[in-house]
Design a protein around this ligand. Structure first.
Ligand code: SAM
Length: 266
């Protein structure tokens, strides 16, 4: 089964990523950043975190890569709009990076590893392009740690269904807890782990619930799920309705768990 990126590239999904920043989503990595570094951001998406990284290492060069050309274009336009001159964005696949061995001082990857079918293979590529003594930092969610209130059976089913979709696409929604093991098995040392929660507040203004509802309704995936007997079109409607009702609930609470890991190539 070929790997597929579950969120897709709708404006809803892209805006969801574009609202991130180094401060809100990459704070665990800030102590490792130094001016002048050559830094790679793998799976940079629309580049919101990448531009924060570029500013933190100025006059060093930030290279952002993403498999999807539309995301690279948005990232490059944002860099231009924000007058960030030390960032470049290229189309590229983490499994076959277009760089020579030992090219980067530091590598960062945010919200990518949960979508990868072959994370060990991806880490072999990161190891190859990282200089000796270099640092890698990864951050991914772990859906097993998500907190949801007030919970209903339909809401629980919606979250389980999305996780199933991601697994069908070759991803691992619970990869957060495995990042440490993945780094160690890839040969990285002096590994440091941390975890944090992202609280979507107020839920009424959050794009997260609508993003999940839209993905659950996406027709090709629905057809596939119905075919496999996992669900039916009535359940799809009930799950997306539950997400939208939850988003309007005055007591609606959603905290997403993120796991962070940093390691060295010694
Ligand atoms: C969830 S988004 C994260 C974007 C950004 N890092 C952030 O956290 O806001 C994941 C990104 O990884 C990209 N991606 C997925 N598979 C990839 C691969 N094999 N190689 C490179 N990029 C990939 C997707 O196109 C998408 O833009």
């Amino acid at each position: 089964m070929p790997e597929k990126y579950t969120p897709g590239y709708s404006s809803n999904a892209t805006n969801f990523m574009a609202n991130r920043s180094l401060d809100t989503h990459g704070a665990f990595f800030k102590p490792y950043l130094r001016p002048g570094m050559k830094l790679l951001d793998c799976g940079c998406g629309p580049g919101a975190i990448a531009l924060g990284l570029a500013k933190a290492i100025f006059p060093g060069i930030l290279t952002g890569i993403d498999r999807e050309v539309s995301q690279i274009q948005i990232a490059a336009e944002s860099a231009f709009a924000q007058s960030v001159s030390n960032a470049e964005f290229l189309q590229g696949n983490i499994y076959a990076l277009p760089f020579a061995d030992n090219s980067f001082d530091t590598i960062f990857s945010h919200a990518l590893f949960e979508h990868l079918q072959e994370p060990a293979q991806a880490l072999r590529e990161l190891w190859r392009v990282l200089k000796s003594g270099g640092i890698v930092g990864l951050r991914s969610p772990d859906w097993g740690g998500f907190l949801i209130a007030p919970s209903t059976p339909e809401l629980q089913k919606a979250f389980s269904y999305y996780k199933w979709l991601q697994q069908q696409n070759g991803g691992n929604p619970d990869v957060g807890r495995e990042l440490r093991a993945l780094l160690r098995q890839a040969g990285f040392t002096n590994i440091k782990t941390s975890a944090s929660y992202e609280c979507y507040e107020p839920l009424t203004l959050s794009t997260a619930t609508e993003y999940l509802a839209l993905r659950i309704e996406a027709s090709a995936e629905v057809d596939r799920a119905v075919e496999k007997g996992w669900t039916d079109s009535q359940s799809i409607t009930a799950m997306s309705r539950a997400l939208r009702e939850w988003s309007q609930h005055p007591d609606g609470f959603f905290a997403a768990a993120w796991c962070e890991v940093v390691g060295y190539k010694i």
